[in-house]
Design a protein around this ligand. Sequence first.
Ligand code: AMP
Length: 114
Amino acid sequence: MPKTIFQKIIDREIPAKLAHEDEHCIAIHDINPQAPVHVLVIPKRHIARVAEAQASDQAVLGHLLLSAATVARKLGLEANGFRIVINNGRDGGETVPHLHVHLLGGRPLAWPPG
Ligand code: AMP
């Protein structure tokens, strides 16, 4: 299976603006931001999408949310709030088949999403 763009970023084959990194995940600023802060939290272990996650991925899935909250605090989003989004499959708007959590903030976000 060819590497996804996110795997290439994790492997340092292509550059990205890092917001956070630890043993299990990397967080990068989105190349096409939809809000003043738009960060992607990506597991180092390849999971295509949340629908394909296994019971053995439970700790990694939890770690992604905790890491998104850490990045939100680090980037000053805690006081006004933020949104966490996971797009899954075609109707969900997924374009990169490597699980990632979108962290969006820095402006009021409309609901429902488009
Ligand atoms: P999704 O549509 O949920 O799969 O999200 C994929 C996201 O990855 C989009 O918001 C893209 O703007 C973002 N993206 C694609 N390529 C890069 C890249 N090289 N660096 C940072 N973000 C990227």
